[in-house]
Design a binder for this molecule. Structure first.
Ligand code: B12
Ligand code: SF4
Length: 525
């Protein structure tokens, strides 16, 4: 059996990091972990090939003729690319199998797909394979249960060309104990975090060979500390030991909740284990908004203080923010700007609130007649008729982005960050020498590229040199971090500029303006 695994194109957006990748000389950030995990669950004697449309691979007619089945995995933002792939398969008469978060909730939008293998493949794929062998494969396979991740195999990494990707990716846990009403993680993966064993994780890391060849290893968990006890007693001690034993220098990144700042021991263990970049959903500095979306862990705390504490402990925070909560008034935009600027969070992703299918928010919006079915999942779009006047939301959101993505403000945030940040992970590392030499060797070409694109031909070269000069004078030991942020100044500036030129921001909000306001909106306004 010939199997073509196809990973659809990600759209150009804040998270696609296109300009950053160009600077790093890589085609894309991460290899497709989900699809290659599924590949490892297929019979070993089937022939398999991977086409990742994000790294310049093309889907040729010859590939489709070769394949008995095309397997596609996708999240919601990849819908347009999925539709193109399925159309090509239909034209060529190649059978298709689809799975992953997009299809688990929205399979009905893809009528031409032959088989949907939904939810977690550990549970649904064996039934499909059994029926396929018997010649009676059904259209849809789904399961209300959650998989035992101890049985999840190592991804079939040999199908991926690691040279094309900037980062390595592993997954330790699935699920999150919280219940934020806009998030579909708990719907897809449950509230009881399921963790792999420490031995599984070491094997996943070792499967990459020389892991230090990657710029970073991402733990693709929704909330690494979902099960704090096991994390502290099993995974982190094992990672610390493994790092020391193998003199590993690459750092780890993950998603986590802000209450990490409440646990000094956990912070210390994570730093020692090599965690440096963490993504936190801060969402909003407004308590009413946090209450409305049930983000309980962000309430009753000084989030600004927490951010500063985490920076000073050696973490680099990337954070998500949301505008458009029912409780938001027009002063929210300035409050978000002030928070982001004061926090020193350089990479801040701001989205308009949207209701992913399957979430509590989606159900409420449907009940209140405030849902727009056909929409694009881009961070600037929404499928909700907001309480705030849509034009105010559009103007306020654009001003927020314009302000925080301006080179001056990114520069100021970087300064704030560098003042607060203590690079304890690097200083305490027994392999400091290797790290520095490694960084110099690996980044020599990247630095040369940065200097050329940002410092010589770049439109914002003034800010770049100002940052380099400031870092040299005040934080020479953090020069690599400062240069990294120089690239982000370029990346974020380009993204904002391109989107404005393409008229991309808020096309849906503009459409919403034309709609009549539902009763629920009139009542809450
Ligand atoms: C890593 C990751 C990313 C990476 C993707 C890199 C890559 N090449 O894969 C990056 C950082 C780029 C990313 C970005 C975004 N992401 Co993301 N991401 C994740 C994350 C944390 C892990 C994905 C992963 O690797 N999981 C591990 C694998 C093993 O699990 P899996 O892929 O789900 O696969 C299992 C099943 O789904 C199924 N399966 C999957 N594929 C297939 C295929 C077949 C044929 C079969 C049979 C089965 C099957 O079997 C697998 C084994 O059980 C998930 C959350 C999560 N817990 O999964 C969110 C998640 C996928 N992301 C999500 C979102 C919304 C985004 C963004 C849109 C965020 C935003 N607000 O802008 C952006 C979009 C980027 C863009 N350019 O616009 C949502 C998707 C929701 C949806 N309904 O589609 C998720 C679920 C998180 C969430 N709920 O918010 N993301
Ligand atoms: S903490 Fe994060 S992953 Fe957990 S439910 Fe809230 S948004 Fe989702």
């Amino acid at each position: 059996m010939n199997i073509l695994l196809v990973y659809p194109k990600m759209p150009y957006s804040f998270w696609s990091m296109d300009h950053l990748m160009k600077m790093y000389g890589k085609a894309y950030s991460y290899p497709p972990l989900g699809l290659l995990t599924v590949a490892a669950m297929l019979p070993g004697d089937w022939d398999k090939r991977l086409i990742d449309l994000n790294i310049g691979d093309e889907l040729n007619d010859a590939d489709l003729q070769w394949a008995d089945y095309v397997l596609v995995s996708a999240m919601n933002v990849q819908e347009p690319s999925c539709k193109e792939i399925f159309q090509r398969c239909q034209q060529m008469g190649t059978k298709t199998i689809a799975g992953g978060p997009l299809f688990t909730h929205e399979f009905s939008r893809f009528p031409s797909v032959d088989h949907f293998v939904l939810n977690e493949a550990e549970l649904t794929l064996p039934c499909f394979l059994e029926d396929l062998e018997k010649g009676c494969a059904k259209k849809i396979y789904a399961s209300p249960d959650l998989a035992n991740v101890h049985e999840t195999p190592l991804p079939l990494w040999e199908l991926a060309d690691f040279d094309k990707y900037a980062y390595a990716v592993v997954q330790y846990s699935r699920g999150c104990p919280y219940m934020c009403d806009f998030c579909d993680v708990t719907v897809l993966f449950g509230r009881k975090p399921r963790t792999k064993t420490a031995a599984q994780m070491i094997a996943e890391l070792e499967a990459f060979g020389d892991i230090d060849k990657f710029g970073m290893v991402v733990f693709a968990d929704d909330n690494l500390m979902g099960n704090k006890k096991i994390l502290k007693t099993e995974l982190l001690p094992a990672l610390i030991e493994w790092r020391k034993r193998n003199n590993i220098v690459v750092t780890f990144a993950t998603q986590i909740t802000i209450n990490l700042a409440d646990d000094p021991e956990l912070m210390r263990l994570m730093i020692e284990a090599g965690f440096q970049n963490i993504f936190i959903g801060i969402e909003t500095p407004d308590g009413k908004g946090l209450e409305a979306c049930k983000k309980s862990q962000n309430l009753r705390r000084d989030m600004l203080d927490n951010v500063k504490l985490l920076h000073s402990a050696g973490f680099i925070i990337t954070a998500g923010f949301i505008v458009g909560f029912d409780t938001d008034t027009t002063d929210i935009f300035q409050r978000q700007i002030d928070f982001i600027q004061d926090s020193g969070i350089v990479i801040a992703g701001v989205s308009v609130l949207k209701a992913p299918p399957g979430t509590e928010l989606h159900a409420r919006m449907k009940r209140e007649g405030r849902l727009i079915e056909e929409f694009d999942f881009h961070e600037s779009e929404t499928n909700i008729i907001p309480v705030m006047d849509p034009e105010d939301l559009r103007v306020g959101y654009n001003r927020l982005l314009e302000t925080i993505y301006s080179p001056e403000n990114i520069f100021k945030r970087t300064q704030t960050f560098l003042k607060d940040y203590k690079s304890s992970c690097i200083e305490d590392s027994p392999s400091i020498l290797k790290l520095k030499i490694g960084i110099l060797a690996r980044y020599a070409v990247i630095v040369a590229r940065c200097v050329y694109y940002l410092g010589i031909v770049g439109k914002h070269r003034g800010h770049f040199w100002k940052l380099v000069g400031w870092a040299l004078k005040h934080k020479p030991d953090l020069m690599d971090v400062a240069l990294g942020y120089g690239v982000w100044i370029y990346d974020l500036g380009m993204i904002y500029e391109n989107h404005t030129k393409l008229g991309r921001y808020n096309s849906h909000i503009a459409k919403i303006q034309a709609q009549e306001k539902p009763q629920a909106v009139l009542e809450s306004a």
